[in-house]
Structures are given as structure tokens and as C-alpha cells.
Design a protein around this ligand. Structure first.
Ligand code: ACO
Length: 395
């Protein structure tokens, strides 16, 4: 009898030097660095260089990478039109991103090239263009004209600039750098695995990245932060309406939601059995960002809501060790940076595309088709019945 490991839990299918997730200890290592050492200090280009080259860049190398990415921010006209049309029809932001990403192959300098150089070139193109795609979508959604990229701004700052058209606040830029660095890679998560499966067939990087966007869209993966923040707002509103203490309202809300069999967004994880270290880093980034601001109460309320939900999860599922995951503080941080809820998932993709491309490069080197098996649960030895003899419902 074959043992079935549903969801491939705990199955190790490859090696990677990119990141390590220690779910029991709650530790995330990215390119050899503890997350908390790297994410709040590095600019995103340094982390991209680290993933692609397995070391930090020198000053000249960082300058070179920034110039490379900056030169590739503009997207083909057809790409622009596709994303704009998707926004015009109110498409889901991740669908718009996927449609746009699919057309980036139009500017491939060596469309059939299989060399590492050709693939690194594609990685640079994709990473550089993602912020532009999201910005085109966002501006289109709001009926605004697009903003040309600013070559003098870094990757994160330019993303904010293209979204808003305003010179970005340095605190918001730092928050976004920390966010992008925090989500850049996370072991063999579903979207990264999807990308590796696709490229393991010797398909191309663009196809792998489009598949990864599709996987990240789902609410069990990258689609959770919007609902996580909505939950905090809902609890705040209920507390205002009823005049009840926010902790009490959160407790009641959490108990009701869990009893109804619903999942609380921003909590639980397939691998972590302790607090997601990314929640720690993003929580600290959110604390810095909200410090001294008029809307600091939102941060304080979110902490209370988090505490009450954790207690409610422990009451309802004792011993399951459901903890805060990355999405809870993602929502708070990105909201504090000024991004709307529709931008949460695509901004996750803006960060994760660096990891996806690095994994695709690793998988191309490994060159081993990923092909697990399924246990057959159907019947055997059916006999053919001609169409005219099948009656109303064919057997
Ligand atoms: N709220 C309520 N109950 C939960 C939650 C939650 N957030 N997470 C897990 N549970 C419950 C399950 O219902 C299940 O209960 P049961 O055993 O009584 O049926 C039990 O805890 C075990 O859950 P699993 O399904 O085994 O957890 P799994 O490892 O498959 O799921 C997942 C992990 C999908 C992240 C889950 O915790 C979840 O749905 N969380 C909410 C969505 C979310 O925050 N997604 C973002 C994840 S982070 C990321 O991908 C970047």
C-alpha cells in the first residue's frame, strides 16, 4: 500500500542555497543571513544580487545592478496596453500582472536562448518590470495617467513613485525595502514550487513566472493580507459601534469566526509551528513606520486583535500551535506605506519574483524533471457501452 503524503507535507524534493525555513525554531535564513539581520538593513537590489550570486555586491556591483534594473523598467507598448485593458475591465490585480508578465517575452533579446546569460537577462527583465506592471494597473484602475519611471530612484522607491507620482517618503521606502527583502524567498513555497515544476520540463523562465503568479494569487498563499487588514477594520468598526472595548470585541469576533469553521486570515502556516519570523521583522518595521503618526492607533489595535485571535485559536485548536504568519503584518505595513488593499498581493509578487527567478536558475542547473505520482482511486475494468445503449445517464 502506497503511503500518500497529501500536499507533499515534509517531502524534500530538491536542494537550494537560497533560503531555509526552520518551522520548529521559527528561523528563516536567506542566502546565509538570518532574516532579521538582512531584511531591515539591505536595499532590495543587494538582496537580489545575493540570491543570484550567493554573495553581497561590492559598491560598483550594486551600482551596476541598479543601473541594469533601472534601464529595464519600461515595458513594451503592447504590455502596457494589455495591463491597462485588464485594469479597465476591473480584472483581479494578479490576473493583470500575469497577463502583463506573459507579454514581457516580446522584448526577449534571444527568445530561444538557453544559456545562463540568456536566463539571467530574463530574470533582470522580469524583476525590473514587475513594479511597472503593477503601477500601470493601479493607475489604470484609478483612471490616472501613468508615471514614467525615475532612473535616479532605487527599485523600491521608484515603485512607490510610479504608483503615486509623488516623491516617496524615506520612511515608507525603508519599510518597503524591508518588506520586499522579507518576502523575497521562502523555501519551497507553493508558487516557487510551481515555478520549479514548470521549468523542470525545460520550459522557459517566463512560463514559470506566470505559473508562479497564478499560484501566489490564492488566498491560502499570497491572497491573505487584504482580508487580514479588513478583519482589523471590521473589529475596530464593531468596537466603535457598540462602544465595547476592542479586546473584548476581537475576542467575540474570533470565537464566532473560528466556531463557524472559517479560517482567520494571517494566522497558521504549513511549516511554522511558532511565530513566523517574517511577522516579527514586519511587525518591527510597522512599529517604526507608525511611530509618531496620527494613525498609530491602528497599529496598537492590530496588536490587540493579534493577541486575542491567537488566544482564540489556542482555545479552539489546542496544541495545533497556530501562530501569526507573514500576511498579518504585511497588511499593516503596506497600508502604513500608503498602498491600497488591491496592491497587497501584487506587491508580494514584486518581492517574490526575485526568489522565483533565482529558483528557476537553480532548477535549470539541476535539470531534473519534477514528476511525483498519484495513487489511483478510480475503478478498473469498465466495459464499453455504445452510445445508443446507454439510457439517460451513461454508466
Ligand atoms: N484559522 C482557523 N483555523 C485554522 C487556521 C486559521 N488561520 N489555520 C489552520 N486552521 C485549522 C484548520 O482548520 C485545521 O483544523 P481541523 O484540524 O480542526 O480541521 C487545523 O488548524 C490544521 O490546519 P491545516 O489545514 O493542516 O493547516 P495547513 O498547514 O494546511 O494550512 C494555511 C496552512 C493554509 C496557511 C492555513 O493556516 C490557513 O488557511 N491560514 C489562513 C490563510 C493565510 O493566512 N494564508 C497565508 C499563509 S502565509 C503565505 O503563504 C505567504
Amino acid at each position: 500500500m502506497t503511503e500518500i503524503i497529501h500536499g507533499l507535507d515534509g517531502i524534500v524534493v530538491t536542494e537550494t542555497r537560497l533560503s531555509r525555513v526552520d518551522g520548529e525554531a521559527g528561523k528563516l535564513t536567506i542566502g546565509g543571513f538570518p532574516l532579521e539581520e538582512l531584511a531591515p538593513r539591505a536595499c532590495h537590489e543587494e538582496v537580489l544580487f545575493l540570491l543570484w550570486n550567493d554573495r553581497l555586491p561590492s559598491q560598483a556591483e550594486l551600482h551596476g545592478l541598479r543601473a541594469e534594473l533601472s534601464a529595464r523598467r519600461a515595458v513594451p507598448e503592447l504590455t502596457r496596453q494589455v495591463v491597462r485593458a485588464a485594469a479597465g475591465q476591473g480584472a483581479h490585480p494578479m490576473d493583470a500582472l500575469r497577463m502583463g508578465a506573459a507579454t514581457l517575452a516580446l522584448r526577449d533579446r534571444d527568445p530561444r536562448g538557453q544559456s545562463r546569460a540568456a536566463n539571467v537577462d530574463r530574470a533582470l527583465d522580469l524583476v525590473a518590470a514587475f513594479p511597472t506592471l503593477v503601477a500601470i494597473y493601479w493607475r489604470g484602475l484609478n483612471g490616472d495617467t501613468e508615471i514614467e519611471p525615475d532612473p535616479d530612484l532605487g527599485h523600491a522607491a521608484n515603485y512607490l513613485y510610479m504608483l503615486t507620482g509623488e516623491a516617496p517618503d524615506p520612511r515608507a521606502v525603508r519599510g518597503l525595502e524591508t518588506y520586499l527583502n522579507t518576502v523575497v524567498d521562502h523555501g519551497l513555497n507553493a508558487s516557487t514550487f510551481a515555478a520549479r515544476v514548470i521549468v523542470s520540463t525545460r520550459s522557459d523562465m517566463g512560463s514559470a513566472i506566470c505559473g508562479a503568479i497564478g499560484a501566489l494569487k490564492g488566498p491560502l498563499h499570497g491572497g491573505a493580507p487584504g482580508p487580514a487588514l479588513d478583519m482589523v477594520f471590521e473589529i475596530q468598526r464593531e468596537s466603535l459601534r457598540s462602544g465595547g472595548d476592542i479586546a473584548e470585541v476581537a475576542r467575540g469576533w474570533a470565537d464566532r469566526t473560528i466556531a463557524a469553521g472559517e479560517r482567520v486570515m494571517g494566522f497558521g502556516h504549513r511549516v511554522y509551528r511558532v511565530r513566523d519570523p517574517r511577522a516579527e521583522v514586519l511587525g518591527a518595521a510597522a512599529a517604526d513606520l507608525f511611530e509618531g503618526r496620527d494613525d498609530r492607533a491602528l497599529y496598537e489595535d492590530a496588536r490587540i486583535v493579534e493577541r486575542e485571535i491567537l488566544a482564540a485559536l489556542e482555545r479552539a485548536k489546542p496544541g495545533r500551535r497556530l501562530q501569526t504568519n507573514v500576511e498579518f503584518y504585511t497588511a499593516l505595513l503596506l497600508h502604513g506605506i500608503g498602498l491600497g488593499g488591491e496592491l497587497f498581493s501584487p506587491t508580494f509578487a514584486v518581492g517574490r519574483v526575485g526568489g522565483w527567478t533565482a529558483h528557476v536558475l537553480e532548477q535549470i542547473d539541476e535539470d531534473r524533471l519534477i514528476r511525483p505520482r498519484a495513487a489511483y482511486s478510480g475503478v478498473f475494468d469498465r466495459r464499453w457501452v455504445d452510445l445508443g445503449d446507454r439510457g439517460e445517464i451513461a454508466g
